[in-house]
Design a protein. Structure first.
Ligand code: URA
Length: 200
C-alpha cells in the first residue's frame, strides 16, 4: 500500500501552524523553534535565505539580525515593494561552543526535507520573482548545487518554473574585507534592484 501522504495545509496560517510541529529532520531538536516566513502573502517578490540565525531562532522571526541590517541598508538604496521573506531551512543549525552557538550550514538532506514547507509558501504567495540569497537557497529553489561564483546575478528557472535570481548571502558580505566587500555589496545591491524591478 502507498505510504500515507502528509496533509496539505489549506493556507499560509495552517502551514505555519503545521510547521511549528515539524519533525521531518533532526534540526528541531536543538533549535528553539520553527522560524516561518513573514511578510505580504500577495507580494510579487520572495526573498529566500539559508536558515534562521541565532537572533532569529530566539525571536521566532526570519531576518531580524545582522544579515537583515545589511539587506535593509541596500533596500534603502534600491527601494522595495511588498515582499515575502523566508528561509530554505526553518530551524537554526548550530554547534554549541561554550555559551555561543556557532552557525552550521544545513546539509543537502535537511534542505530537501524542508523544501516541503518552502514549496507550500511558494504555492500560497505565487511570487513573480524570487531572490535566492546564497548557495543553500539557490539549491533549494533550483535543485542546482553548483557554487555561486559563476551563477550570481543570473536569472535561473526554479523547480516550479518561476524565475530565480541567484545572489550572495548578506552574511557573506559581513565577512568580506576591503575592496572585495565593496564589490560584493554593489553586486548584491544590483541584484536586489533587478529582482524588485522584475517583481512587478
Ligand atoms: N540569515 C538567513 O539566511 N536567514 C535569516 O533569517 C537570518 C539570517
Amino acid at each position: 500500500t502507498d505510504a500515507p501522504q502528509p496533509d496539505v495545509p489549506a493556507d499560509m496560517d495552517a502551514a505555519k501552524l503545521a510547521a511549528a510541529a515539524c519533525r521531518r529532520c533532526n534540526l528541531c531538536e536543538a533549535a528553539t523553534q520553527t522560524v516561518w516566513g513573514e511578510g505580504d502573502t500577495s507580494a510579487g517578490l520572495m526573498i529566500v535565505g539559508e536558515q534562521p540565525g541565532d537572533t532569529e531562532d530566539i525571536a521566532g522571526r526570519p531576518f531580524v539580525g545582522p544579515a537583515w541590517q545589511v539587506l535593509s541598508a541596500l533596500m534603502a538604496e534600491t527601494g522595495i515593494g511588498p515582499v515575502w521573506k523566508t528561509n530554505a531551512v526553518k530551524h537554526f543549525k548550530f554547534q554549541p561552543r561554550g555559551k555561543r552557538r556557532l552557525h552550521q550550514s544545513p546539509d543537502r538532506s535537511e534542505i530537501d526535507h524542508c523544501r516541503w514547507w518552502l514549496d507550500l509558501e511558494r504555492r500560497f504567495v505565487k511570487p513573480q520573482m524570487t531572490l535566492a540569497l546564497g548557495a543553500t537557497a539557490a539549491y533549494a529553489l533550483t535543485g542546482n548545487p553548483a557554487p555561486l561564483g559563476a551563477r550570481r546575478g543570473k536569472v535561473e528557472t526554479g523547480r516550479d518554473g518561476g524565475p530565480v535570481l541567484v545572489t550572495w548571502h548578506p552574511s557573506y558580505l559581513l565577512r568580506a574585507k576591503g575592496p572585495d566587500a565593496m564589490r560584493l555589496r554593489a553586486q548584491l545591491r544590483d541584484d536586489l534592484a533587478t529582482s524588485v524591478r522584475m517583481a512587478v
